[in-house]
Ligand binder design. Structure first.
Ligand code: 13P
Length: 640
């Protein structure tokens, strides 16, 4: 249930952030205009230069898009969900202000693609914030489509893709046009609707001659045939690099009897300046500046109307040239309304972005699946050979050693060493609490499991200084050592306390390494079997068969811990066999055969091979020798 909810929240957030980032990236100038509106509403007017705002618009689009992709692919789950939650906790109060004060009617979250009212935006943010809090709480519940080692491909490809989209949209024009003047729009219809008093997005569309103020909107729209409109909201800021080409197009229009007007919101000075610079001979008309910005995201841009319908739009970087304009327009492809460009662009995005990532995900999953099959096959082979399925494990118990920096360095060294040379057994490191979260960030837990050395016997609450099983789990750790003789002796942990700890650890999905073992006096009195049996009965034999199967037992004779005195391989085997026999008595032979029983107590690279060769010794729990990567690796290599 929890997993389903978290993954639904992640899907919702991922899709919303991707869409929001994408529509901004296809129209960076639109985002820039919206930000200028915001700054004006906040009385910050010309606080930032346009170039800085544009860079911010591109960055914002890329950030939103990448966060959405990262969440969808469960990349850096903890960091991504936290960043999203922070963004939403800033945006939600801001949208509440927008809804209450209404300084701007549309927030612009989804560009022109989806226009929401300010209250709709606020409620949308409340839902997203709730979803973000859910994923922040349980980030590790998000399942992966691409394994960790291949995530860099998704990260780099997404960033590259979205920056290319922004760059191309700026150079050319928005690849998806959601505004009212898109190609194929019949302006006559919109104009008639408006004249009849109906609501129309073309209400601010007018064309007035610059010299005498005559309104020629109707005349232009009703012109049968082709009309070129050079759209330049502000001539003072218009790009004049293509002036020759624009003049050539004007000449072409004149030769073929097509109308050609320059539309601008600039006054006489701007028009005269442009005429001086470019030698423009075409007539200029005045139009509302916002309408011109809406018509085309290019200053200047060119619009071609045919019988009052927009059939082509070009940015100044992509104007038609003499090779395109070879004959009259009705004989040319550019003189006809284009096929549905939106469909073509959707197909392009699918082919360039969605398809490669889908192929990557499928390949990655297949690769993981074959790896899993191979692993199953190998363990089946072991099963056939040895007629048992239990796992071999070498676990390190750092005890109270290593400060954070030294511990992280040791874990890193081990991680690199074992990644380079894969071990033939399970490897676990159990560290002090303070190391867990840092180590979990980089440890490849497919190779090295991470565990704590203890956890509290209470779920949560006023228990100063204690660390709960849930907290351990939340660091990314998978294991916990319980019942170590040092905790039993120095911290008076009784079988009852340990029973609670085991239950809480299992409730939080931690694998328990449960320690048992007798003291020197008990061994000398020949009571070792009695002692280990009582320890098992006192704390773990209450578990169901299913839960007991998740336990790893570690036999550690107290007299051998840290003393340099190892139990001989025969002594250890004898008691391991006994432990297995009492497990068999309690849970049956199959469970006993599957239970991993580790040996601990002065285990080193020199004695590990002999100990681990014994049939009932399935590995070791290592103290002192786990504090140096080379020593620990020497013990792991006993399984080679
Ligand atoms: P040593 O390997 O240092 O003897 O410690 C064993 C141990 O207590 C592991 O838990």
């Amino acid at each position: 249930m929890k997993k389903t909810i978290v993954n639904l929240c992640r899907l919702l957030l991922g899709v919303v952030f991707i869409l929001s980032g994408f529509v901004k990236a296809v129209d960076p100038l639109g985002t820039l205009y919206k930000m200028q509106d915001y700054l004006l509403a906040m009385h910050l007017g010309k606080w930032l230069p346009d170039m800085a705002l544009l860079a911010f618009a591109v960055g914002l689009a890329a950030l939103e898009f990448c966060l959405g992709i990262f969440l969808l692919f469960a990349i850096r789950r903890r960091a991504t969900s936290r960043v999203i939650a922070v963004i939403l906790s800033i945006m939600t109060p801001l949208t509440l202000w927008l809804a209450l004060a209404n300084p701007i009617s549309d927030c612009g979250c989804f560009g022109d693609a989806l226009v929401l009212t300010n209250w709709q935006t606020f409620w949308k943010n409340i839902i997203l914030l709730a979803a973000a809090i859910t994923v922040v709480k349980w980030p590790l519940e998000m399942f992966r489509f691409v394994s960790k080692s291949n995530q860099w491909i998704v990260i780099n490809y997404s960033m590259l893709f979205i920056l290319v989209i922004s760059g191309w949209s700026l150079y050319d024009r928005p690849q998806f046009d959601f505004r009212p003047y898109q190609e194929g729009t019949d302006l006559r219809k919109g104009w008639t609707q408006m004249m009849e008093g109906n609501e129309s997005p073309y209400a601010d569309f007018f064309i007035e001659k610059a010299d005498d103020g005559e309104d020629i909107t109707e005349q232009v729209l009703n012109n049968e045939g082709y009309t070129f409109l050079l759209v330049a909201p502000w001539l003072e800021k218009a790009d004049d690099s293509q002036l020759d080409l624009i003049n050539q197009i004007y000449e072409y229009a004149k030769d073929n009897g097509y109308l050609f007007y320059g539309l601008t919101a600039s006054g006489e000075t701007g028009i005269n300046r442009w005429r001086d610079i470019t030698g423009a001979e075409y007539p200029f008309c005045l139009t509302d500046g916002t309408t011109l910005k809406t018509i085309i995201r290019s200053n200047p841009g060119l619009l071609l109307l045919k019988d009052g319908t927009v059939i082509r739009k070009w940015s100044h970087n992509r104007l038609p040239n003499e090779y395109d304009l070879t004959s009259p327009l009705d004989e040319l492809e550019i003189g006809q309304a284009p096929d549905n460009t939106t469909t073509r662009h959707i197909v392009e995005v699918m082919l360039w972005f969605v398809l490669p990532l889908a192929i990557l995900s499928v390949t990655d999953r297949l690769w993981m699946w074959t790896k899993w099959i191979r692993k199953q096959h190998n363990s089946n082979c072991i099963y056939k050979k040895e007629t048992k399925m239990r796992k071999k494990i070498v676990a390190g118990n750092w005890k109270m050693n290593m400060n954070l920096q030294d511990g992280v360095a040791l874990a890193k060294e081990l991680n690199e060493t074992l990644k380079a040379e894969k071990p033939n057994c399970g490897v676990v490191i159990c560290t002090p609490f303070i190391h867990l979260a840092s180590i979990a960030q980089f440890l490849d837990q497919n190779i090295i499991g991470l565990g704590a050395e203890n956890c509290a016997d209470k779920e949560k609450g006023a228990f100063t200084g204690e660390v709960s099983a849930e907290m351990v789990k939340s660091t990314g750790a998978q294991y916990v050592i319980l019942g170590h003789s040092e905790r039993r002796e120095y911290y008076k942990e009784t079988p009852e306390i340990l029973k609670e700890k085991v239950l809480l650890a299992q409730k939080n999905d931690l694998k328990v390494i449960f320690c048992i073992g007798e003291s020197l006096e008990e061994r000398e009195a020949g009571k070792q079997n009695e002692v280990v049996k009582a320890e098992l009965e006192g704390s773990v034999f209450n578990l169901s068969e299913e839960d007991f199967r998740k336990i790893v037992i570690a036999y550690e004779p107290i007299w051998a811990i840290g003393t340099g005195k190892t139990a001989t391989a025969e002594q250890a085997e004898e008691i391991h066999a006994y432990i297995r026999s009492i497990i068999a008595e309690k849970y049956g032979q199959a469970v006993a055969d599957d239970t991993t029983i580790l040996y601990g107590g002065s285990c080193k690279a020199s004695n590990a091979p002999e100990l681990f060769a014994k049939p009932d010794i399935d590995g070791g729990l290592i103290g002192g020798a786990s504090l140096k990567a080379a020593d620990f690796k020497g013990i792991i290599d006993a399984f080679k």
